[in-house]
Design a protein around this ligand. Structure first.
Ligand code: SF4
Length: 219
């Protein structure tokens, strides 16, 4: 009986030690990843990208908690995850012809006085010239892309189900782009995300040069 108690105690002690080692391992690995994320964000150089992305995917909550602990904006983690996923997808993306791709613009990117009307295929731009979407849509459609202005969150899934694209270019705020890239991974579609330069509900802004860089890479 004494022998059994000792063995049981030893077992609990071992489990306790293993849990502590595991927690320390998670904290250290997340700390290293956080340092790499901050470095990447500040310099634009991505060191050990696969390591960073794996840790963000597996330990996103811990990494973001470290950012909050340091009183830093934890959405930086999402920003770097988007950049890393874009890099990883870039080669596969360049092999997909434009006519097998869909571009989604958010409706908040339109001018405040946008005269477009809502249709079952999204918001129909009349290329009135008040915002850049008109020209960008024309150019992208000329290259073969299917382009939509998204009126609401369920619209994207509906269009993806309908047109079954092999690739998606999604423009949106950081949160939307991150969710969109997650959706692309889940359904096996190559996704490229472009974050808005200024997010919000209306009159948002996009660094259009970046958008044209992405679609010009196909020409
Ligand atoms: S260019 Fe198109 S999206 Fe932009 S404001 Fe005019 S109609 Fe609306």
């Amino acid at each position: 009986m004494v022998l059994f108690d000792i063995t049981l105690n030893d077992l609990f002690l071992l489990i306790g030690q293993l849990v502590i080692v595991f927690i320390l391992f998670v904290i250290i690995v997340s700390g290293i990843a956080s340092a790499l994320i901050i470095y990447s964000f500040r310099t634009g150089h991505f060191l050990f990208p696969n390591f960073m992305l794996s840790i963000i995917i597996m330990l996103e909550g811990v990494v973001k908690a470290i950012f909050r602990l340091m009183q830093m904006d934890d959405s930086i983690v999402d920003h770097i995850a988007i950049q890393l996923k874009n890099r990883i997808s870039a080669r596969r993306f360049s092999d997909i012809p434009p006519d097998k791709q869909i571009i989604f613009f958010p409706q908040c990117l339109r001018a405040i006085d946008c005269p477009s009307k809502l249709s079952p295929e999204g918001i129909q731009c009349t290329n009135c010239g008040q915002c850049e979407i008109g020209d960008a849509k024309t150019k992208a459609e000329k290259a073969g892309y299917r382009v939509f202005i998204v009126p609401g969150s369920s619209f994207i899934k509906r269009m993806v189900m309908k047109y079954r694209p092999e690739g998606i270019i999604g423009v949106g705020c950081r949160f939307e782009v991150k969710s969109g890239l997650d959706m692309c991974s889940n359904i096996g579609v190559v996704g490229i995300g472009i974050e808005l330069e200024k997010a919000g509900c209306v009159a948002t802004e996009l660094e259009w040069a970046e958008f044209y860089r992405v679609i010009d890479a196909k020409e």
